[in-house]
Design a protein around this ligand. Structure first.
Ligand code: 4NP
Length: 147
């Protein structure tokens, strides 16, 4: 799960997908990162933590890290939160870039529509709830593609 800061959107996505995968007894390892170096070592935004907790998900132990091109090799799937992040992941992955394993996360729900998960960083708590609902639906589809 990749966003810009690794403190708002991708920590929520990591928490939601790991929670759903665990509930489904899938042996998945979910991780997240940011393309920027702004918040390396920081816990998730307090409103991301609050909204996750309201849904019974504890993301407080996550810490920000920066995406590195080797992540392209380590993980089977790379989900990015918006179109700008997609381009940045492509650029920084260089020779390791793999278009087949990289996807805009909302394309899981709305294939080919290239919808962004909006950045809630400058907004209010409402923005974090909106992001949570989008990611919850997308992660449900990832865990259970053919309900
Ligand atoms: P995120 O949100 O990419 O969803 O973690 C942001 C967090 C921090 C900043 C931008 C976006 N920032 O500019 O510090």
């Amino acid at each position: 799960m990749v966003c810009l800061g690794n403190i708002c959107r991708s920590p929520l996505a990591e928490g939601i997908l790991q929670h759903k995968a665990d509930e489904a007894a899938l042996n998945w390892t979910v991780d997240s990162a940011g393309t920027s170096n702004y918040h390396i070592g920081s816990p998730p935004h307090h409103l991301a933590q609050k909204v996750a907790k309201m849904h019974g998900i504890d993301i407080s132990r996550q810490r920000g890290r920066q995406f590195k091109k080797e992540d392209m090799l380590v993980f089977d799937r790379i989900y990015v939160m918006d179109n700008a992040i997609y381009e940045e992941v492509k650029r920084t992955s260089r020779e390791l870039w793999d278009a087949k394993k990289t996807e805009l996360i909302m394309n899981e729900l709305y294939p080919g529509e290239d919808i962004d998960v909006p950045d809630p960083w400058f907004g209010t708590e409402e923005g974090f709830h909106e992001v949570y609902e989008m990611l919850d639906m997308a992660c449900e589809k990832i865990v259970n593609p053919n309900p």
